[in-house]
Ligand binder design. Structure first.
Ligand code: GLC
Length: 553
């Protein structure tokens, strides 16, 4: 029987190589993670999403799987994994694995076989095309991490498709034997006892098979997204995965679906429990590495969140998040990294936790973490940003300082610095220098400083997680927004039967005049990031203030 645990719970995302290093090699691992399970339990979360721990050459930090049935050496062994799942089960924490089914590593045996010759039975497991005129790639599509999406292989005189990078060749889901293999992999992990999957780039598995050229930008390549997302076969194939495997185990699924609209999300809900969409975290980035950092777009942000809240209601379930391993820290984007860091972190958490859907917290988010500054190119680790820096500085599209500013604001390394456990050496993450720079503010922002302090961001998150558990209004209440054009304040309600919450959040680092239409007769303050327990009679909201009223209707 399928359980809907995720509808009334919270999920905590772990990026294993940055969470805790158990064996002193500077890289996080499973033993480190096991040693922190009491901490995860103390948050009150219902499940963890574990980013890939499979054997991988790590061109893209595990999102390039070499062997789907093995644990990567530097993360530990299969018995460590089994211990992890057993200990999670003891604590009532579900384990959601990251499953990468759009592509493998180019070092995966399936691909080395496929590449060896056009006659190999696995050749058709990947997407091959003959060269175009004068040996050119079949189309002008650019890979997401830079360069052409097509990669030439002399063995068969063909190109293969690598939507993300040459090291991540795309599977050809049209091939039934390949599909059976992917289903076998998925089932194998369910038999091991995992509770569900976060499905990487799942809306990319069906491509546009007409292979048209796109309109090239100044890099010489056309954006690949429109050609490889939400293809004709995607629902049929996911339906097959669901009926042959997922349903048998009652597995929970959340699909990563970049570019998905509400309509897509509703379609995907036939096969998946929910999807991650990215509209709400894409508003501050414009063309050519230009950024909008001043929160002038609050009305747009509210409109996007409202569209998803209303559009999905009674049709599909939302996945709620501000951060993940591909995104910067939300306080650095929408809040204040200075004086009001804690107030703004709590305010942003409040906005998210009262919406309808399953909240996901990315490790360190519960501390109100901020982006660190990478001071030199040599400190960056992510292939995406390194490729962009190399390319665009070389062709003069943008200077290095502009790209470093972009990397520090929006680059994927910003969220991948080690989890700060304490103010000791390397933030208590490792005994030795970590694989990536430690966040510069770890002495101030760390677990040990916040754990016992009643008014810390960490304890505010614990309060929210507890409040949300089995809370009928938050789970099922109707969403209503007030004053949507207000440029400073996000105010919404969640109403169920005769009860409801009204959530008022200021996105400004100064006082904002605000008079609540509520009174002691119609509501009471149940949560406030300034510890306020009575009504804002003063007629102001303090910087980044969040107040939640329980309504008497
Ligand atoms: C997803 C992952 C990202 C990875 C990409 C390719 O977007 O979240 O980290 O690089 O897929 O697998």
């Amino acid at each position: 029987m399928k359980s809907d645990w995720f509808r009334h719970g919270t999920i905590y995302q772990i990026y294993p190589q940055s969470f805790c290093d158990g064996n002193g090699d500077g890289v996080g691992d499973l033993r480190g993670l096991i040693s922190k399970l009491d901490y995860i339990s103390s948050l009150g979360v219902d499940g963890i999403w574990l980013c890939p721990v499979y054997d991988s050459p790590n061109r893209d930090n595990g999102y390039d799987v070499r062997n789907y049935f093995e644990i990567q050496n530097r993360f530990g062994t299969m018995s460590d994994f089994e211990e992890l799942t057993a200990k999670c089960r003891e604590r009532g924490i579900r384990v959601v694995m990251d499953m990468v089914l759009n592509h493998s590593s180019d070092e995966c045996e399936y691909f080395t076989d496929a590449k060896s010759s056009a006659d190999n039975p696995r050749h058709d497991w990947y997407i091959w095309k003959k060269p175009g005129k004068d040996g050119a790639p079949p189309t002008n599509w650019g890979a997401i991490f830079g360069g052409s999406a097509w990669n030439y292989v002399p063995e068969s005189d063909e190109y293969y498709l690598g939507t993300f990078s040459p090291h991540q060749p795309d599977f050809n889901w049209h091939n039934q034997a390949l599909r059976e293999k992917l289903f076998e992999i998925t089932e194998w992990w369910l038999k091991k006892g995992v509770d569900g999957f976060r499905m990487d780039a799942i809306n990319f598995i069906s491509k546009n098979t007409d292979y048209p050229n796109g309109i090239a930008d100044r890099s010489g390549y056309a954006a690949i997204h429109p050609f490889v997302r939400n293809g004709k076969m995607v629902h049929e194939w996911l339906g097959e995965l669901k009926s042959k495997v997922l349903d048998k185990y009652g597995a929970m699924t959340v699909g990563e679906a970049d570019g998905a609209t509400v309509a897509h999300a509703i379609d995907y809900s036939r096969e998946l429990d929910m999807i991650f969409s990215f509209d709400h975290v894409a508003l501050d980035v414009k063309e050519n590495f230009e950024l909008r950092k001043d929160m002038t777009y609050l009305a747009e942000l509210k409109a996007v969140l409202t569209e998803w809240q209303k559009g999905m209601r009674n049709k599909a379930w939302n996945a709620l998040f501000w951060e993940n391993h591909d995104q910067p820290r939300i306080v650095s984007r929408l809040g204040d990294t200075g004086k009001y860091r804690e107030a703004s972190a709590k305010m942003l958490a409040t906005v998210l936790f009262f919406l309808q859907g399953t909240p996901f917290i990315y490790q360190g988010g519960e501390l109100g973490s901020v982006n660190t500054e990478f001071r030199d190119k040599s400190e960056l680790r992510d292939l995406d940003i390194i490729n962009a820096l190399n390319k665009y500085t070389a062709d003069g599209a943008a200077g290095e300082s502009k790209l470093m500013a972009f990397a520090n604001y929006k680059g994927r390394d910003t969220g991948r610095t080690p989890m700060p456990w304490n103010d000791g050496a390397y933030a208590g993450f490792s005994e030795t220098e970590p694989w990536i720079k430690v966040g510069e503010r770890f002495a101030e922002i760390n677990v040990s400083e916040q754990d016992g302090r009643a008014d810390s961001v960490l304890n505010y998150y614990r309060k929210l997680i507890a409040l949300r558990k089995n809370n009928d209004i938050i789970e099922n209440g109707e969403y209503e927004i007030f004053d949507p054009e207000n440029p400073d304040v996000y105010e919404y309600a969640r109403i169920l039967g005769g009860k409801g919450y009204r959530v008022v959040c200021s996105f400004r680092g100064r006082e904002i005049s605000y008079r609540s239409p509520l009174s002691e007769k119609t509501g009471e303050v149940v949560l406030c990031n300034y510890g306020r327990t009575a009504f804002p009679h003063t007629g102001i909201l303090r910087p980044y203030e969040a107040v939640v009223f329980l309504l008497r209707l």
